[in-house]
Design a binder for this molecule. Structure first.
Ligand code: 5AD
Ligand code: SF4
Length: 474
């Protein structure tokens, strides 16, 4: 462990007072360096909800350090890109967008530019970025997030470039301030890291081993969010179903979900992501009997072919997946199922792919997140023979989208003339129209006043347009 690593000897430790001291020092330094009235930060987040939640913690630390936030990098004194490594496309975007900051740094040399997140936990990428972009002052990985104030202070006070990659992935650091982006929808991390090592996936390498937050702390945070008016809380983890395994009294995810659900209030409770190998009947029973738990299960199956599931190291087969799904359909009235799918895993044949198509036809998912396989350096799949051409994979991919579009349209059509409770989220931009989501996470558009944003409303469904529902206030 590097010498300057501080804080926390066990999972319940509160982030060191030292970090709050650094936040104070940063606000003093920035008082002299800012260009406008207040020091401004521009934070750009790539990737999944876990990254969004991490950025919210970084914003929490920056806010205490005296920063306000801007959507325009031109106005910023501090620019941070929180990066994603899940697929090559995500990485390419980061490379392009960081490169584009060079001109801005030339115009405003006092701007401090920083990079963090999953890409920075890959040594070859972090090294490359550090070398290629000399105008980047600070680079740190996901495991150093709790020491961000210290690292930023070091950059500011010493005027040197700081490059920090830490291997410490065993602890949970509590007490980091959070500034949430939303006022009525919020993320709540319940665990970090992943132990599953699916052969295509970089996450275990960049986010470290699985570790859960203590149940009492998660419950406290949920209570706080509900009391301050959050209408939707989404519990986050790479595999929420294995929550609690590293905690002394081994609470299960069902226990946690049930206890949060018992908190009084007007809110929905969601969670992601569930791994089918650990998705228990008990969890499905908890969802079915819950008061606030949304009737939605995001259960990535990745491939419908047993041969490919084995090569992916997923530890379930098609039969087991369908058993869970059928149990969920039986127990949870009107359950909405969603999933992640990878097309073109190394060695996948068209016959295997057809198994994926047949599985989505059988389950009838509400929606799917579909990805073409992207090799990740350091993962076992990246070394497997991959003879199918990119064009062929794209063809399969389009076929998958077509089939799913048909299924989603059919599913949405079956909801017409029913009444759905929706959480109103935003204006659609089309005259006087609002957009919200059902408990099953299906988008509903209807006419209404924008004062309804952030409230629950009943909407009569009048029309289905592919995967979107149209309706009117009931
Ligand atoms: N290539 C394509 N998709 C991937 N995913 C994870 N790793 C890869 C990869 N190397 C997808 C999986 C996962 C989702 C978050 O991203 O479907 O569930
Ligand atoms: Fe990646 Fe598999 Fe872990 Fe999900 S469960 S984060 S796909 S290794």
């Amino acid at each position: 462990m590097p010498e300057n690593t501080i804080i926390a000897n066990d999972t319940s430790d509160v982030i060191s007072k030292q970090q709050f001291e650094y936040m104070k020092l940063i606000s003093q330094i920035m008082a002299d360096r800012k260009r406008g009235e207040k020091p401004m930060a521009y934070i750009r987040t790539y990737g999944c909800q876990q990254n969004v939640a991490d950025s919210e913690r970084i914003k929490g630390m920056l806010e205490i350090s005296g920063f306000d936030f801007t959507e325009n990098p031109e106005d910023a004194d501090f620019i941070l890109f929180n990066t994603c490594a899940i697929r090559e496309h995500a990485e390419d975007r980061v490379f392009g967008n960081v490169g584009a900051l060079k001109a801005l740094k030339r115009r405003h040399p006092q701007i401090v530019i920083a990079l963090c997140g999953c890409m920075m936990e890959q040594e070859h990428i972090a090294n490359k970025m550090y070398k290629s972009f000399p105008f980047v002052s600070l680079v740190f990985g996901t495991h150093s997030l709790h020491r961000f104030p210290q690292l930023l202070h070091q950059t500011l006070s010493e005027g040197k470039r700081v490059y920090e990659r830490d291997n410490d992935d065993k602890k949970v650091y509590e007490g980091i301030p959070v500034k949430r982006d939303g006022t009525f929808k919020g993320w709540l991390s319940i665990m970090y890291g992943c132990n599953n090592f699916c052969t295509y996936c970089i996450v275990p390498y960049v986010r470290g081993r699985e570790r859960s937050r203590e149940k009492s702390l998660v419950l406290d945070e949920a209570r706080q969010m509900i009391n301050s008016g959050y209408k939707e809380i989404t519990l986050l983890g790479q595999n929420v179903n294995s929550y609690g395994k590293n905690l002394p009294d081994k609470p299960t995810f069902s226990d946690l979900l049930h206890e949060i659900d018992s908190i009084d209030g007007d809110y929905w409770l969601r969670f992601m992501t569930s791994h089918p190998k650990d998705c228990s009947r008990e969890l499905i029973d908890t969802i079915a009997s819950g008061t606030h738990i949304s009737k939605h299960l995001h259960l990535p199956f990745q491939s419908g072919s047993d041969r490919i599931l084995k090569a992916m190291n997923r530890h379930y087969d098609r039969k087991k997946y369908l058993e869970i799904v059928n149990y969920a359909k039986e127990k949870i009235d009107g359950v909405s199922l969603t999933s992640d799918i990878i097309v073109g895993f190394p060695g996948e044949t068209y016959e295997d792919f057809k198994e994926t198509l047949s599985l989505i036809r059988e389950v009838e998912f509400t929606s799917l997140f579909t990805f073409i396989y992207s090799p990740r350096v350091g993962t076992p799949a990246a070394k497997m023979p991959d003879p199918i051409s990119a064009e062929e994979k794209s063809k399969w991919f389009r076929e998958l989208l077509d089939v799913q579009e048909e299924i989603a349209a059919k599913r949405c059509a079956s909801m017409v003339s029913g009444i759905e409770k929706v959480l109103v989220e935003s204006e659609t931009g089309k005259n006087g129209e609002l957009s919200g989501r059902t408990s099953g996470n299906i988008i509903v558009e209807f006419k209404g006043d924008k004062s309804l944003i952030g409230t629950f409303q009943n909407v009569k469904i009048t029309q289905a347009r592919n995967w979107i529902l149209k309706g009117e206030l009931a």
